[in-house]
Design a protein around this ligand. Structure first.
Ligand SMILES: NC(=O)C1=CN([C@@H]2O[C@H](COP(=O)(O)OP(=O)(O)OC[C@H]3O[C@@H](n4cnc5c(N)ncnc54)[C@H](OP(=O)(O)O)[C@@H]3O)[C@@H](O)[C@H]2O)C=CC1
Ligand SMILES: CC(=O)N[C@@H](CCC(=O)OP(=O)(O)O)C(=O)O
Length: 356
């Protein structure tokens, strides 16, 4: 029997990508999709890309629609998830949350960056962080609890934190980065990263033929990246940029080599990343001399990572590329759900990139 799944916020960019993945997933059956704005309208009418693939009709975000599901994917904005997750978990539904509501382990940090009180700290303490290559233990323990009959919660990592942390973690965890030094991250995201509501920053005419930085020194992914990489406050300078493409996110991470460490050769650095991801089928660590690009992962749940070394500056430069809607959102959510339900982590996620 298939695992019954529903998507809350299915009409958004991440929700539509989840819909695409779950409609073709061998083990999940997509039973419910919700959108308040589009309630009553057929998926294939709203998004013709799904014509012939599904008869699903959008429902209102109502808990009765989600009753009897094994798993609910929440592709809703921050705070909306906080409002609905406790009830879903109490009703026995496992939740895979794409929002940031349960990502930050310390509720005081959530409150500082998101400017709202965390009203569900018991669940926060039990949530598994969803970045399988780096938090596999948390997911394995949640999978064991689910197998024992508990409804569990996965808080999937954000898009910038995913690309950044996958690139940098092998070097930080190997102790190759100078203790206490500042880590500098410059990252570029496609516009679907901002959701489907156009703003003055994301409207086609403002964003096209232009690149701009935003959230400089203030972006809410700063504490999330710091948490994943174990960086103390103030050690991370994170600058996101908006680039005029639909999908794709590239993060460049500059880390000073540890004092006293011998200058590594590029092959050695690439081998560190390759060994780190040797058992991670959705992360491709490139050989020395090759660097990631977003086209190579577009439309997939995969990440590419690569590394270079700046000898004069003694700086490790690690780069990660993902599709913000794939490994940065829906693909990662399905990968986490696969793990939680005891499936192969790549099930339903084997499509090749639409770029080259
Ligand atoms: N876009 C991306 O690349 C990534 C997104 N995410 C996260 O995924 C989530 C969805 O993002 P995205 O798809 O971009 O956003 P969109 O704005 O494109 O879609 C949001 C969806 O959430 C629904 N929604 C809005 N407010 C509420 C509410 N109060 N209660 C219930 N549902 C609500 C909307 O429903 P309706 O149809 O009724 O308007 C809409 O379908 C966010 O938390 C985002 O941060 C994470 C990683 C990357
Ligand atoms: C381009 C763009 O605007 N990106 C969004 C982040 C993407 C996102 O969805 O954030 P989460 O991963 O935390 O959910 C932003 O900077 O706010």
């Amino acid at each position: 029997m298939k695992i019954k799944a529903g998507i809350v916020g299915a009409a958004g960019f991440a929700g539509a990508e989840l819909t695409r993945l779950l409609l073709r997933h061998p083990s999940f059956e997509l039973c419910a999709i919700t959108s308040d704005a589009l309630a009553g309208r057929a998926l294939a009418e709203v998004y013709p890309a799904f014509a012939g693939a599904s008869d699903l009709v959008f429902s209102k975000h109502d808990k009765s629609v989600l009753a009897d599901l094994d798993v609910a994917f929440l592709a809703v904005p921050h705070t909306a998830s906080l409002a609905m997750t406790p009830e879903l978990i109490a009703a026995g539904t496992t939740v895979v949350d794409l929002s940031a509501d349960y990502r930050l382990k310390d509720p005081a940090i959530y409150e500082k960056w998101y400017k709202v009180a965390h009203t569900s700290t018991d669940l926060l303490a039990k949530a598994a962080f969803g970045l399988p290559e780096l938090t596999g233990d948390e997911l394995a323990s949640a999978a064991a609890r689910r197998a024992a009959g508990e409804a569990v919660l996965v808080a999937c990592a954000g898009c910038y934190p995913t690309a950044t942390s996958l690139a940098a973690a092998p070097f930080l965890r190997a102790g190759l980065v100078e203790e206490g030094a500042t880590v500098i991250v410059d990252a570029l995201s496609g516009i679907t990263g901002a959701g489907k509501k156009a703003t003055e920053r994301t409207h086609f005419c403002f964003a096209n033929e232009s690149v701009e930085a935003y959230g400089v020194g203030t972006h809410r992914h700063t504490p999330e990246i710091s948490q994943i990489l174990g960086l103390a406050p103030g050690r991370l300078v994170f600058t996101p940029h908006l680039v005029p493409m639909n999908r794709g996110l590239l993060s460049t991470v500059k880390m000073p080599l540890a004092k006293g460490a011998d200058a590594p050769d590029p092959e050695e650095l690439a081998a560190i990343q390759q060994r780190f991801y040797a058992n991670s089928p959705l992360v491709e660590a490139l050989p020395a001399g090759k660097l990631p690009k977003t086209a190579s992962v577009a439309g997939t749940a995969r990440a590419q990572v690569g590394v270079a070394y700046h000898a004069e500056a003694r700086m490790i430069i690690a780069i990660g590329a993902i599709d913000n809607l794939g490994k940065g959102a829906a693909g990662q959510a399905v990968q986490c759900a696969n793990i939680i339900f005891g499936l192969d982590q790549t099930e339903g996620l084997t499509s090749l990139a639409v770029g080259v």
